[in-house]
Ligand binder design. Structure first.
Ligand code: FA5
Length: 344
């Protein structure tokens, strides 16, 4: 039996010597030191031997077991060391080379402009609020003096979610003006707030029109608010974003929820007012709708129009970005061309 043990040891060590992958070590351990190994069966059979032989063979078997275990540990260590050193030896590594730069992301130009717009109004004392993109017909139209079948609904080609449910129909908001109602329902004057957000219109796109774009709604309601306050606020807004020299034009326009209503245009920055493709050769870009909040709208939300008055405006954010960066096609913003986006 002693001879058999020596053979087992020699064979196990020979196999261990040939191993060159760490994952093979476990298989070797199971084969030579595991429960079903020949060595373990020798140790188990000791009980059947006469006492004298049992001591001798037992001592020998245990010694072989310890020797195999320590050879296994050493082999494990040497394979581990080899796995660290061999790639360094086989490949040439120039540790003086500069690292590969990680590309750093940036804010989308619309987000940058949105942040600038919000900052300008914040400095003028406007709080910023947000509201839902999926809106009720009531807030988007009805409460803004645009009942069902009112021709002004044609101004806003709508993506409907439920059709024919009257004021309870849902839609993707066509403008941020519903936020005027939501705000006045929950707050009493004095009110001074802006509401930035995405709006949706079911219309064909061109150089100045997208079907999904951003508006920033503005609303101020208090005693003695006048058209002069509205114009002053929008002049200051343009001055902060574009400097003193950029021209601003106010013209009469119609929106059912304001009286009087107006359209605000800013001098085209691509052609400097001379006329180009972007401004339709007019020298001006329409950037906002605005006006004095209609007395009927105030009354609907329980604000007495005999005591309070207010102004409201809705700015087209991408139009501001186009003017700011002299971009002559609005579709560039959302076509995900990195060559364009990386410039901002
Ligand atoms: C409105 O949406 C009104 N809610 C604005 C308003 C608010 C008027 C408060 C009175 C009081 P309008 O449809 O004109 O108005 O849109 C507002 C601005 O969004 C426009 O001046 C323009 O700058 C921008 N805009 C309009 N349509 C598009 C479009 N398809 N793509 C990109 N920008 C647009």
């Amino acid at each position: 039996m002693l001879e058999q043990l020596k053979q087992l040891e020699a064979q196990a060590l020979e196999e261990l010597d040939r191993i060159d992958k760490p994952r093979e070590l476990e298989l070797w351990r199971v084969r030579h030191l595991g429960k079903k190994s020949s060595l373990t069966s020798v140790l188990r059979s000791l009980a059947t031997l006469p006492l004298g032989e049992r001591r001798k063979i037992g001592a020998q078997a245990n010694e072989i077991k310890r020797a195999l275990e320590s050879s296994l540990n050493e082999k494990e260590k040497s394979l581990q060391e080899a796995s660290f050193t061999s790639p360094l030896e086989s490949r040439w590594l120039d540790i003086t080379l500069p690292g590969r730069p990680l590309p750093v992301g940036r804010l989308h130009p619309t987000t940058q402009i949105l942040q600038d717009i919000c900052r300008v109004f914040k400095n003028m004392g406007f709080q910023t609020i947000e509201g839902p993109d999926v809106e009720w017909d009531y807030y988007n139209f009805e409460a803004l003096n645009i009942p069902e079948h009112h021709p002004a609904r044609d101004m806003f080609a709508t993506f409907w979610i439920d059709v024919g449910a009257g004021a309870k129909a849902r839609l993707l908001r066509t403008h941020t003006s519903p936020m005027q109602i939501r705000l006045m329902e929950r707050e009493r004057p004095p009110i001074r707030a802006i509401a930035p957000g995405r709006v949706y219109r079911y219309e064909a796109t061109d150089a100045t029109h997208e079907s999904v774009f951003f508006n920033v709604e503005g609303l101020a309601v208090d005693k003695n608010i006048s058209l002069g306050d509205l114009k002053g606020t929008l002049y200051e807004f343009c001055r902060c974003l574009f400097g003193e020299d950029r021209q601003v034009r106010f013209r009469c326009d119609y929106f059912p929820f304001v009286e009087p209503g107006m359209e605000v245009a800013i001098g085209c920055s691509v052609c400097d007012g001379v006329g180009c493709r972007l401004c339709g050769h007019s020298g001006w870009i329409e950037t906002a709708g605005a006006g004095m909040v209609h007395p009927g709208v105030l009354a609907r939300v329980g604000i007495d129009p005999a005591v309070y008055s207010g102004f409201a405006f809705g700015v087209g954010v991408e139009r501001i970005a186009m003017l700011r960066y002299s971009v002559d096609d609005i579709r560039l913003f959302y076509s995900n061309d990195l060559r364009f986006l990386r410039q901002f």
